[in-house]
Design a protein around this ligand. Structure first.
Ligand SMILES: Cc1cc2nc3c(=O)[nH]c(=O)nc-3n(C[C@H](O)[C@H](O)[C@H](O)COP(=O)(O)OP(=O)(O)OC[C@H]3O[C@@H](n4cnc5c(N)ncnc54)[C@H](O)[C@@H]3O)c2cc1C
Length: 447
């Protein structure tokens, strides 16, 4: 069986690796470079690359030498620690990558690290477990209940704060009335664990590079070409077109942002209902920033992460939640000796991300929280970049936006990546989509 995968982001790479493992002949096509939205680059390449990923620079100060730094497209941490889909896949493939993990601190009137002390967990966990177990049988019903409603019913003290923070961090959506309690509750348990957020040594690209090597070493192919068209005849996907050349495959899996699928597949071949549904799916947005600084200036924040909540601001959801992280530093091989990149992000809607005025307001919110965490930090920043992104997560995991399944109305055409309805969000969701593809194809896979 010959499969063609369009896109070598984490979704495409994960799917290719599992298909190869299951004996398929796999060709992966990538128009840019492997890693997709989870790629690393030198700061000099950054400006050109982000244009291709629905991002825009809002502010920058790049006057000094950027030599020796490696950056991603923007803030990147893997949620769910080592229990997340990404680490589980690496294990399954026998790939060994080291990660640095941390707990989460809170930037408030004072800095509280970690937010959840052992005594808080003892107090909160039984309540959360109770909510989970009493409602487990009614998980479908819970999916329709918003976190806002949940807070009204059960939110008191620190549990209220946790319910205000984590569902927003998990979904990259500020509006609590849109976040489904059912979808985020199980993920919450992971965030309460030992190392809720992790980052790989050698940068994010170490993940995509090692999966790509696995694919090639096991007979798969990666071809650096843009796919121009998916050939569909009588409701069946038959192959792809690159320029004028046609190539036939038994199975086609697209991982390009699902809202853009009709740029390569003729929408007249799909039922109108599906076309309208896909076109309306909403992604998520953020402002991400990098600040390079001397390690001596960050006190004991090295390798730690901190979250903040800015209340009663003029953004969708009324509050803005964000994170500041110190894992991108020389101890992980990402910055020159004794240097650290502070990576931060603040959540916003995709519409707000496209609005420069709103992004400057969000920049002020990030700066204010950096100042609370590291007084006078600005004096010591060597270079900085702020970029807005309006396609952070392919499809928002919200009550009013139901993510599509991996199969499409077209026979032999599947979709994978972070836009489909799999576990978790972002990189974990993209990787987990590969498991769903394998399950869907189980009858076709070799025994
Ligand atoms: C700034 C930013 C910050 C983020 N922060 C986090 C975070 O902290 N934690 C987290 O878990 N997630 C985060 N995410 C989300 C995460 O990066 C994505 O969910 C994940 O990388 C998506 O993987 P994917 O394979 O679904 O899609 P992509 O990575 O977008 O892969 C799709 C690939 O398809 C290729 N392609 C498109 N069209 C074609 C074509 N016609 N022919 C051939 N190739 C094509 C593209 O070049 C791309 O490589 C962030 C994303 C961004 C942009």
């Amino acid at each position: 069986m010959r499969a063609c995968i369009i896109g070598a982001g984490l979704g495409g790479l994960a799917t290719a690796s599992l298909l190869v493992k299951n004996g398929w002949e796999v060709v992966l096509y990538e128009r840019e470079r492997i890693g997709g939205r989870a790629l690393s680059c030198s700061p000099d390449e950054y400006e050109n690359l982000i244009k291709k990923f629905e991002m825009k620079i809002i502010s920058k100060n790049l006057d000094t030498s950027l030599k020796g730094y490696k950056i991603d497209l923007g803030f990147h941490l893997l949620g769910g620690g080592k229990k997340g889909a990404c680490v589980r896949l690496l294990k399954k493939l026998g790939i060994n990558i080291d990660f640095v993990g941390s707990r989460l601190g809170l930037i408030g009137d004072k800095i509280d690290y970690p937010i959840l002390k052992a005594k808080d967990k003892l107090k909160i966990l039984p309540r959360i477990l109770q909510l989970l177990t009493t409602r487990k049988s009614k998980i479908e019903e819970m999916k329709k209940i918003s976190i806002e409603e949940m807070i009204e019913r059960y939110g008191k003290g620190k549990l209220k704060l946790i319910l205000e923070l984590f569902p927003r961090l998990i979904t990259t959506v500020n509006d609590l009335s849109k976040i489904s309690a059912g979808e985020t509750f199980f993920a919450q348990r992971e965030l309460l664990g030992g190392h809720p957020v992790i980052y790989p040594y050698d940068g994010l690209e170490s993940i995509s590079k090692s999966i790509a090597n696995y694919i090639i070493n096991n007979g798969g192919k990666i071809i650096y070409k843009k796919v121009d068209k998916i050939i569909i005849e009588d409701g069946v996907a038959k192959g792809i077109k690159i320029g004028k050349e046609e190539r036939e495959y038994d199975l086609i899996i697209s991982t390009i942002p699902v809202q853009h699928i009709f740029s390569v597949a003729d929408e007249r071949e799909f039922p109108d209902e599906w076309v309208n549904y896909i076109k309306k799916l909403k992604p998520t947005g953020s402002l991400v920033s990098y600040h390079a600084i001397d390690i001596d200036r960050i006190g004991n924040a090295l390798n730690k992460s901190f979250v903040f909540i800015e209340r009663d601001v003029d953004f969708e959801g009324n509050d803005v939640v964000g994170m500041v992280d110190f894992k991108m530093n020389y101890t992980l091989g990402i910055a020159p000796k004794k240097k650290c990149i502070i990576q931060s992000y603040a959540i916003c809607s995709p519409e707000e991300a496209k609005n420069r005025k709103k992004m400057l307001e969000l920049k002020d919110i990030i700066d204010k929280n950096l100042e609370r965490l590291l007084p006078n930090y600005e004096k010591y920043v060597e270079w900085s970049i702020y970029s807005s992104i309006w396609h952070l997560d392919g499809v928002a995991k919200t009550i009013d936006c139901i993510k599509p399944n991996v199969n499409t109305p077209i026979k032999n055409l599947y979709i994978a990546g972070d836009c489909v309805s799999s576990k978790g969000v972002g990189m974990n969701c993209a990787v987990d989509s590969a498991n769903l593809i394998i399950t869907s194809l189980s009858s076709l896979l070799s025994p």
